[in-house]
Design a protein around this ligand. Sequence first.
Ligand code: FCB
Length: 463
Amino acid sequence: MELLPSTEPFPAFPADFTWGTATAAYQIEGAWDEDGKGPSTWDTFTHQPGRVTGGQTGDVACDFYHRWESDLDLMAHLGVNAHRFSVAWSRVLPTGLGPVNPAGIDFYDRLVDGLLARGIAPYVTLHHWDLPQALEDEGGWTNRATAEAFAEYAALMGERLGDRVIGWITLNEPFVLTSFGHSFGVHAPGRTMFLGVWAVVHHLLLAHGLAVRALRDAGVRGTVGITQNLSPVWPLTDSAADRAAAEKLDSIYNRQWLDPILLGRQPVDPEATYPGSDFSVVRPGDAEIIATPIDILGVNFYNPQQVKAPGADNPMGFELVPIEGVPRTGFDWPVVPQALTDLLVGLKERYGDVLPPIYITENGTSIPDTIDADGRIRDIFRIAYVDRHLRGLHDAMQAGVDVRGYFCWTFTDNFEWAEGFDQRFGLVYVDPDTQVRTPKDSFEWFRQIATGSAAGRQAEVMP
Ligand code: FCB
């Protein structure tokens, strides 16, 4: 189904609104074993046969490790005033704990300076799924020691970059890391623990809380928060059984990752939700650590979810049902911009005054882009997707939700996890064989949006 931009005038965003792009280390950097970097779970996973479409890996990815300066020049042309990137933990700490790899930490130091020199505020994600393999070998996120190691790594990054980073994100989408990576094994580390993942859930939340404290103890000047992928969950019908299914998915998808941080309590009953798990992992004091106040909440939004009551042989408590009658992305995800408004207004209703200012830390779409004979990439669907989600976002702001920024996923086409280069999300087209970059039509469109609020630019960048 076609998707076109709205013909209504584009709404006015605040002059100090943050306009950015977002990326993740494994998806762009390449240089997987260069300059002392240790292997991560994603290096291991992609090197195993059958894990990624066509056997693709992120060994080279967008070669950002070598091309970062010209990529930042291109980003400066885009006119964004912020950029969110992640640090590859095993580039900085090859085995997850000491000793430090100076070449690795220097890379991120230069990257932060390079962004600031171009008037782009650095937002740093500490963990976007690529765990040092050495920590995985010790049990990874099933092991409390991984959360403790994460806090040490956070302290190190805070000490080194804390004078210049504008915003810190501890973890990216712990729900996806838990479900895709640990329950179903379709992402690294490829574990298939199904429902037995309570230790992973708890240790990720704990790691977040410990890292917030470590960053603050390190004296970072920027704001500190976490990025969650959130979705409204719709019942297929109004039946009690379908509504219970929606409630179930909402609890593990959304509330499980927010309530412990914002309200200080875990809404799911671990023993009922995660049978077969190790329930001894929760220690006195953990809830307080997890509830350490945060300054900002990162929200990644792509699409809503729809569920119905599960069949008798399904122990999950819900069954996903495709949303029909709407446009679909290259990933076959349904496009429902109104769901972003509903999500944000719903967060405000649920959390009220304890809801921190929100940044949309990811939103965008993959489509099967093609280069026309004249060299242009006419990605009207992507323009329409972002246009309509920005309008949905603006509606939520009009309704009183405090949203401070929007980071488009993503800057350049990149290694889209289990799909490799087959799903293109970039504002810039990348040929992975030649590494040639070609801005798509959406690049110029987003440039106009981002620079429309150029007045906010300097306010974002600390002296
Ligand atoms: C999010 C991930 C990001 C990217 C987008 C499409 O779940 O955080 O790395 O893969 O989806």
